[in-house]
Structures are given as structure tokens and as C-alpha cells.
Design a protein around this ligand. Structure first.
Ligand SMILES: Nc1ncnc2c1ncn2[C@@H]1O[C@H](COP(=O)(O)OP(=O)(O)O)[C@@H](O)[C@H]1O
Ligand SMILES: [Mg+2]
Length: 413
């Protein structure tokens, strides 16, 4: 799939941008703080309805626009997307109402999604444009907290699987209601019957999420392992992805990754089609934890506390891997993600690479640039285009980014 045209209004440092994008690789270059990353962020936002930096959405609206006296400021992102079968116009609006202040003193902020000019729910925007994003800070997926890894799972799966996305959204709602009720019960209020109802819903929705994640991680792991072994390390190193589903509460806190939950992950992998058994196991775990949950006022087992990890030659990459090994593993993961999306949808996702090419050694850079060259469309950023091979530069369309303006160039000087 490709984006043929992108329009931005009041998005980050782009007051107004109209940009035609060609197929194949586009290389955005220019000095620091000119808007290269912001452009990738805009595309990513249209694809996933999220900012990759997890910042507050209201920060995405152009600051200058916020200085005006207009009561309502609208940030707009529009992309014309083409696949082999169809054309779609995707739009996201970020609306800030300066005449409506919330209790916390902030202005009221809302988002609207449109497909072919018709309003849709935010989650129905997903899947119309699929992207795989490479950022320098991606290694935090290995070294950072579990919510980074859950976020990655959710965003990636939601681009492909609308049922997963709907299930996840329903799960989060029930979770919130159930947690509120647990807090009430702790105060001696609320009803036990309601708890039973919420628990049943949580079990049914949560079990579907566990099963889907187990299948996804198995497939992704297989492909990442193959790529890593064959193309990135010449058969030198083996990586594995290990799912640690919070289908049970763990007793030994320090080394839970190595003990119980890995075994549960294995069990899920082999039982992913057995809904009744997953539900029974999840329900039993919740039942066992009820007293603790009421005391803590929160649901302690369930996919909202899942984790997964990388192993390199059998050891945890988060604690034992060098920075270079961690980067390689992430590269294998992202390349596997591209292949997985291709296989699931028959279309290559749009690749977005922010300053990452410079990070890799020769072999990995070659593997990455091969994938980029073969993609239907890729947008890369670089402060210094000098590190690209001249062969790659001949293929790529160069564009100069300067202060929220983009200029298409013939050749890079
Ligand atoms: N909401 C916003 N409104 C206007 N400018 C913004 C906004 N958010 C970030 N910026 C500016 O965008 C610039 C950074 O753009 P970025 O795309 O990260 O640059 P780079 O070209 O280095 O990748 C900075 O100058 C920053 O101050
Ligand atoms: Mg940047």
C-alpha cells in the first residue's frame, strides 16, 4: 500500500503542508528540529491513532495556532491511501475548544476520525493504513517496562485484526468498571453479584486476548528467529520471544519471568484454540485472588499485566545483551513484523524509519536497506544522507525539510 498524498494542518511545526509522496523510498533530510520526525509521527498517527512518543494528544496541535483568539483550533491530518484494490481518504481531526475548560484547567480536547469523509469510530480508522515504524529508542522495547511491550503488541495487532482491537477496547472498559467495584467492596460497599458479572465478562474477553497474543507472538517469534539467524548474524546467534501471560498470579516476584509464566505461555501456545480451558484457568486464577484484589482495589491477573521478553542464545537480552545485540533483535522483530503483515494482508505496509540507518553495522544496514528497497513505499529521515550508498540514493526521492516546509529535490547535493 502507498500514501499518494498527505495534508497536514496545524500539526506540530506544520502550519499547512500539502505533500505528494511517490512510491519507493523517500529520504527526508535536513538539519535538526526542522520537522522530519514530526512528519513520520503524522503518518504513524493516521495509521494507529497514537503518537509513538506516548505524549498527550493535545501537544500535537501547532503552538502558533494555539496563540490565536480562535475559540476552536483544529489540527487535521489527511492521507490519500492506495492499495491494489482500493483508494481511501483517511482523516483525523484534533479539536481543542478554548471556550470550554475542563475541571483540571485544560481545554476540552477531542478527536474525530473519518474514512472517505464519513465519520467513523477511532478504531475503525485502523487497518486502512498499515505502517511499521523504526525509531532509535525502539531498544526500550527490550529494556523498558512491560507496558512498552504490551503497547507494541496492541498497536501491531490492531493494525491487522479489528476483532482483537474491539475485544481489547471492551476488555479495558470492563476492567475499569471491575476495578471501581473492587474499590467499593474494599469500603464495604458495592455488590458481590455485580462482581460476578464483571468477572465473567473479563474472563470471556481476556481469554480471547490471551489466545490471540499467544498465536501472534509464536508467529512473530518464528519469523524473527529465522531472519536474525540467517540475515543478521550469519547463523551465529539465536533469538527467541517468550510470552509471559498474566493468566495466573505469580508468587516469586524476582524471577517470575523464568518460572511460572513462561510455562503458562507455553501452555497457551498449545491450547490457544481451546477457549473453554483458557477461560476456566483464568476464572480460577481470579477466584483465587478475589480477597487480594479487594484489598488492593485492582484486578491483578489478566492480559493487562502481560509481558514478553527476548532471549539471546537462551539468556534474557534485557539484562545480558549488549546494546548492539539488543538493536539486532529489534531489527529482526521489525523485519518480521513487515513480513507478518504482508502475509496476513497481501500488502506491504508503509515503512517509516527515523534516523535508524546510521545505527547499524554494514551487514545489518544492508539487510535493512534491502527490505526498504523492496517495500512499496518507505519514508526515511536522516540528518546526514552521506551514509547511504550511492545505489540507494539513486533509488530514493530526496526531500529537504526546513522549518515545517518540505521541498522535493532532483538530486542530493
Ligand atoms: N505542537 C507543536 N507546535 C509547533 N512546533 C512544535 C510542536 N511540537 C514540536 N514542535 C517543534 O518541532 C520541532 C521538532 O521537529 P522534529 O520533527 O522532531 O525535528 P527533526 O527534523 O529533528 O526530526 C522542534 O523545533 C519543536 O519545538
Ligand atoms: Mg528527528
Amino acid at each position: 500500500m502507498i500514501i499518494t498524498h498527505l495534508s497536514l494542518t496545524n500539526f506540530r511545526n506544520y502550519g499547512r503542508l500539502e505533500l505528494d509522496l511517490p512510491p519507493g523510498p523517500t529520504l527526508l533530510h535536513g538539519g535538526n528540529a526542522q520537522g522530519k520526525t514530526n512528519l513520520l509521527e503524522a503518518i504513524y498517527y493516521l495509521a494507529t491513532t497514537r503518537s509513538p512518543h506516548a505524549a498527550a494528544d493535545s501537544q500535537l496541535i501547532n503552538w502558533d495556532a494555539q496563540q490565536t483568539d480562535e475559540p476552536i483550533i483544529v489540527g487535521r491530518l489527511v492521507a490519500q491511501v492506495e492499495t491494489e484494490r482500493e483508494r481511501r481518504l483517511l482523516e483525523m481531526r484534533l479539536i481543542q475548544e478554548k471556550n470550554r475548560q475542563l475541571r483540571n484547567g485544560r481545554y476540552s480536547f477531542r478527536r474525530e476520525a473519518l474514512v472517505d469523509k464519513r465519520k467513523v469510530r477511532l478504531m475503525d480508522l485502523l487497518g486502512n493504513l498499515r505502517v511499521v515504524l523504526f525509531l532509535p529508542e525502539d531498544v526500550q522495547l527490550i529494556t523498558g517496562p512491560p507496558n512498552n511491550r504490551r503497547r507494541y503488541l496492541n498497536i501491531t495487532l490492531c493494525q491487522i485484526d479489528s476483532i482483537y482491537c474491539r475485544t481489547l477496547s471492551a476488555y479495558n472498559k470492563v476492567l475499569e468498571q471491575r476495578n471501581a467495584l473492587l474499590r467499593q467492596l474494599a469500603e464495604g460497599e458495592g455488590s458481590r453479584e455485580m462482581l460476578t458479572i464483571f468477572t465473567e465478562k473479563l474472563v470471556s474477553l481476556g481469554s480471547q486476548i490471551f489466545a490471540r497474543r499467544a498465536v501472534f507472538l509464536t508467529n512473530l517469534a518464528r519469523e524473527a528467529q529465522r531472519l536474525h539467524y540467517e540475515e543478521l548474524t550469519n547463523g551465529g546467534e539465536t533469538i527467541r520471544l517468550q510470552y509471559a501471560p498474566r493468566l495466573e498470579e505469580v508468587t516469586t516476584k524476582q524471577n517470575w519471568q523464568t518460572t511460572d509464566l513462561t510455562a503458562v505461555g507455553e501452555w497457551l501456545r498449545t491450547h490457544h484454540e481451546d477457549t473453554a480451558q483458557i477461560e476456566a484457568r483464568f476464572a480460577a486464577a481470579l477466584e483465587q485472588m478475589t480477597a487480594t484484589e479487594i484489598a488492593r482495589g485492582m484486578t491483578v491477573v489478566g492480559p493487562h499485566r502481560d509481558d514478553w521478553s527476548f532471549l539471546l542464545n537462551g539468556r534474557f537480552l534485557s539484562s545480558f545483551g549488549s546494546r548492539g545485540q539488543q538493536r539486532s533483535a529489534i531489527l529482526a522483530l521489525k523485519l518480521a513484523e513487515i513480513n507478518w503483515m504482508k502475509q496476513q494482508t497481501g500488502e506491504t505496509p508503509v515503512l517509516l524509519l527515523d534516523e535508524v540507518v546510521a545505527e547499524f553495522d554494514e551487514q545489518r544496514r544492508t539487510a535493512l536497506l534491502n527490505t526498504v528497497s523492496q517495500a512499496t513505499q518507505a519514508v526515511l529521515t536522516a540528518t546526514d544522507p552521506g551514509m547511504f550508498t550511492s545505489k540507494f540514493l539513486r533509488q530514493a526521492t530526496p526531500m529537504l525539510v526546513a522549518d515545517g516546509q518540505i521541498q522535493v529535490e532532483q538530486v542530493i547535493a
